[in-house]
Design a protein around this ligand. Structure first.
Ligand SMILES: C[S@@+](CC[C@H](N)C(=O)[O-])C[C@H]1O[C@@H](n2cnc3c(N)ncnc32)[C@H](O)[C@@H]1O
Length: 223
C-alpha cells in the first residue's frame, strides 16, 4: 500500500500539539496518512479515541492496523477535506493535507502516488481547510496547521488571518532539500520568483523550512 511516509512535518506537528491537546478533546487528524500524527498525540496526551480522515482509501487498512498497535480507538473515514465530517465538531483539528506546490510535489520523493492536488502555489487544499474549519470547530476549537516553504506562505497566512482572530507560530525548522531534487533547481528558482516557494541557497544547498501555526478564535460566518 502506498501511504505517505511520516516526515519532519509530521514530527513537528506532534511536538507542537502535545502541549495543547487534552485527554477529553475531540481531535481530528485531517490528511492523516497512516495516522501517526493523531495516534502519537493521543498516546502522549492520554486520549483513548480520536478521529481521522484522508482522501486516499489505502489509508483505511493502515490506520486500522495502527489503531490496534497503539490500543487507541480511531474513527477513520475516507473522503476529501471535511466531506466525511458533516455536522461533526471538534476541539482540535490538526490539518496535514498536502500543501506543497504541485510541480514540486511531482519531483519530490514524498508524494509517490499519494494525492496532492494542491494547485500551482501549493495553497489550494490548506486554504480550503482554513476557510471551512469554523463549521467543524466547537466554540473554543483550534486548528493546527503547517506551512511548508515550498508553497505561497504569505497567501496562506492571509487566509488564516481572515478566518481566525489569533494566528500564532508554534514551531519552525529548517531543512535541506533532498539531493534527488537538486537537478530541478531551475524549476525551484522559477517557482521562487513567482512567490510559490521560499528558500535560501547556501554552500551549494537549498535550505527550506516548515512552520507550524495555531489558529484560535474563528471568525463566525455572517448572516
Ligand atoms: C503530507 S501527507 C501527511 C500524512 C500524515 N499526516 C503524515 O504525517 O504522515 C498529506 C496527506 O493528505 C492527503 N490528502 C491529499 N489530498 C487530500 C484531500 N483533498 N482530502 C483529504 N486528504 C488529502 C494525502 O493522501 C496524504 O496522506
Amino acid at each position: 500500500l502506498k501511504v505517505f511516509k511520516p516526515n519532519l512535518t509530521s514530527a513537528l506537528l506532534i511536538e507542537a500539539t502535545v502541549p495543547i491537546a487534552q485527554d477529553h478533546h475531540r481531535l481530528l487528524d485531517l490528511g492523516s496518512g497512516n495516522g501517526n500524527v493523531g495516534l502519537e498525540i493521543a498516546k502522549k496526551c492520554g486520549l483513548n479515541r480520536i478521529f481521522s480522515s484522508d482522501l486516499d482509501d489505502a489509508t483505511g487498512q493502515v490506520v486500522a492496523e495502527q489503531s490496534i498497535n497503539y490500543g487507541i480507538e480511531v474513527d477513520h473515514r475516507i473522503g476529501s477535506l471535511f466531506e466525511p465530517w458533516c455536522s461533526e465538531k471538534f476541539d482540535l483539528i490538526i490539518d496535514d493535507v498536502s500543501g506543497v506546490a504541485e510541480e514540486i510535489a511531482i519531483i519530490s520523493p514524498w508524494f509517490n502516488g499519494v494525492p496532492c492536488a494542491s494547485g500551482e502555489s501549493g495553497t489550494r487544499l490548506v486554504a480550503e481547510v482554513l476557510a471551512q474549519s469554523k463549521d467543524y470547530l466547537l466554540p473554543e476549537g483550534q486548528i493546527i496547521f503547517p506551512i511548508i516553504s515550498l508553497s505561497n506562505r504569505e497567501d496562506l497566512l492571509q487566509v488564516a488571518g481572515k478566518h481566525f482572530r489569533d494566528v500564532r507560530l508554534l514551531r519552525r525548522s529548517d531543512w535541506p532539500l533532498p539531493p534527488s531534487m537538486m537537478p530541478h533547481l531551475d524549476l525551484m528558482r522559477k517557482l521562487k520568483k513567482l512567490g510559490y516557494a521560499n528558500f535560501t541557497e547556501k554552500f551549494g544547498m537549498i535550505i527550506c523550512y516548515t512552520e507550524i501555526y495555531i489558529g484560535s478564535g474563528f471568525v463566525a460566518a455572517c448572516g
